[in-house]
Design a protein around this ligand. Structure first.
Ligand code: 1PR
Length: 565
């Protein structure tokens, strides 16, 4: 088999390449129209925006050869946008026309009662196969797969009967049922990302690749039957392990962890690492392990996603100052769950005068294997500019440029808020967002505060509230918010529910809770109390006080939907 990957130059195709390498398959990249003639099987891992995919393929003269290849009857496997381009059109970009092989439009999810993008691990329900079919099912109804998209192919046998006959499996998000796997003739496609779906996803890729040519080119149509939505969808709550990475005093990149963002060992406190604290270690950067080793450990123990945040203050752009790209590349080759990379994603100028747009830094991370980039300080400045500009977008911020090229789902905004205490009679500009302490707030129980945003790892406070930042970031095009809390970071006192509920109510994109987890029960509490889509911890996992398996078990025992690994 001569297996080719179609890469149109945007998005994380490296993860698919890593998966195929892990499975032992050799492959080539399609770079010219001629390559389509050499290919006997093609995988197209489209990521990001529909129009970007279509425009890039057209600009490289690959669009018509792709259509001809599929019409020739040779095996094709499209992933995410690689599935969506098979349809007629997409509401994401009304001007862009799809291949039209499957006659229905791609539509946006309704976000009135759920967060959009649909981001996380969900199930796929298969259709019964024809008794005469020689094809086995590719995708298992008992597994979870990783989805990340705002647009979907409707499953509607009444309105789009022909398109419904292409459905191999459907998935439910909220009360919407959509086509999550297509399969007919030589065409196979998944809305989910098998290359990011852990072992379940690797099994899907292997199953398709191991099929005989007859099995991969002669799948019969489905008999479309009605699939009314069930009371509950299958999307699970995500558990994320976060690694704060920075160079230690010896210049090595290590995983560190602060208490309220201070990552240096204190002379009179217990040392969380195995080394006893001495006068020599006091004041040094805490070293809790190597990023790639920990990433592998967390993926193996069931983390639904991983985040690597480079918390170094960069002298130059991250492309030069740190070997972070190498860390991302090594992690992506070993773990097959989504990776978010953050730190230093902003426009910068190197000392030699070289201008480094944030888009260039993000692009380097995506090519190394990142699935999402996380923007902190630059998002605060962008929202301040947006507000000064009467909420009119100018298209220049890092959030906008990266979302345009790679899709909103690829842009996370990381928020570093701190409680700003006010007098009981406060009537200032943030009066509408005042939170009053309660019995669970310890020494803050009798106080009142608003949540103030900071930049540079909490070192500089800005006159911007967390609600203003969250809503501004959503307007600029962020696909997810990572909500830290400087007050709770490293304390083990539990997540800040008041903060998270405030943000969850303010936006329609997914929200990740961060900072303060001290036990598995804290994850149960935050999902029950705040409605966030995901929760993240660092210290308890690094110090092995709580394992990810313990968190998953506690969630399952509490009846909270979670991915078994
Ligand atoms: O501003 O775009 O360069 O991004 C910098 C990124 O680095 C931001 O996402 C910011 O949150 C993060 N960061 C900067 N300085 C620190 C620090 O600790 N000195 N870490 C820092 C933020 C918070 C979380 C932590 C959770 C969970 N750390 O990453 O993992 O609080 O911890 P816990 O479970 O132990 O409580 P830019």
């Amino acid at each position: 088999m001569s297996l080719y990957i179609l890469d149109y130059g945007a998005g994380n195709v490296q993860s698919l390449a890593n998966s195929l390498t892990r499975l032992g398959y050799a492959f080539e990249w399609i770079s010219t129209p001629d390559d389509f003639h050499k290919a006997s099987s093609i995988v197209f891992p489209g990521v990001g925006a529909f129009h970007t995919a279509v425009e890039h393929l057209r600009a490289r003269a690959l669009w018509d050869p792709l259509r001809q290849y599929i019409q020739s009857g040779k095996p094709y496997f499209g992933i995410c946008v690689g599935l969506q381009v098979l349809f007629q059109s997409s509401a994401e970009s009304p001007g862009s026309i799809g291949l039209g092989i499957i006659p229905s439009p791609i539509q946006r999810f309704d976000d009135t009662s759920k967060a959009v993008p649909h981001m996380g691990w969900n199930t796929a329900q298969l259709f019964p196969s024809e008794p005469s079919s020689s094809s086995s099912s590719i995708t298992s109804p008992s597994n979870h797969y990783y989805f990340v998209h705002s647009f979907r192919a409707p499953y509607d046998p009444e309105k789009y009967p022909e398109a419904a006959s292409w459905a191999h499996a459907t998935t439910q998000y909220g009360q919407e049922v959509f086509i999550s796997v297509v399969r007919r003739g030589n065409v196979f496609g998944t809305q989910y990302h098998p290359e990011k779906s852990g072992q379940a996803g690797l099994d899907v890729l292997r199953e398709w690749l191991d099929q005989t040519d007859v099995q991969r080119t002669a799948a019969p149509p489905t008999n479309p039957i009605p699939r009314p939505p069930q009371p509950r969808d299958g999307l699970t709550k995500r558990v994320i392990a976060c690694m704060d990475v920075r160079s230690n005093d010896a210049g090595d990149l290590v995983v560190t962890k602060g208490d309220q963002y201070d990552v240096r060992e204190k002379p009179n406190q217990g040392c969380p690492s195995s080394t006893a604290l001495t006068q020599e270690t006091a004041g040094t950067v805490r070293n809790l392990g190597k990023p790639v080793v920990l990433a592998e450990r967390y993926a193996a123990s069931g983390a639904d996603e991983l985040a690597l945040l480079n918390i170094t203050s960069f002298r130059r752009s991250p492309l030069h100052d740190q070997p972070m790209i190498a860390v991302v590349r090594a992690a992506a080759a070993r773990v097959f769950v989504p990776l978010t990379i953050g730190g230093g994603i902003t426009d910068s100028v190197d000392p030699d005068g070289t201008h480094r747009p944030a888009l260039e830094v993000a692009g380097a991370y995506f090519r190394a294997g990142a699935d999402k980039v996380s923007i902190g300080s630059d998002a605060v400045r962008a929202v301040e500019r947006l507000r000064a500009n009467s909420n009119v977008l100018d298209g220049t911020s890092a959030i906008e440029t990266i979302a345009r090229a790679y899709g909103n789902q690829a842009v996370v905004v990381s928020i570093d808020p701190r409680r700003a205490f006010v007098d009981p009679g406060y009537t200032g500009p943030h009066a509408g967002e005042i939170v009053r302490g309660g019995p669970g707030d310890g020494e803050d129980a009798d106080k009142a505060w608003w949540y103030q945003c900071t930049v540079s790892g909490g070192r500089e406070a800005r006159d911007l509230s967390v609600v203003e930042l969250a809503q501004g970031a959503e307007k600029l095009g962020a696909g997810e918010l990572l909500v830290n809390s400087i007050d709770r970071d490293g304390t083990g006192r539990g997540f800040d529910h008041a903060l998270l509920s405030l943000v969850r109510r303010a936006v329609r994109i997914p929200v990740v809770a961060s900072s303060g987890a001290g036990s598995a029960a804290h994850f149960v509490d935050v999902f029950r109390e705040t409605g966030v889509e995901a929760a993240l911890a660092a210290g308890i996992f690094h110090r092995e006080e709580v394992r990810i398996e313990d968190v998953k078990r506690a969630l399952a025992d509490a009846g909270i939907s979670t991915r078994a690994s």
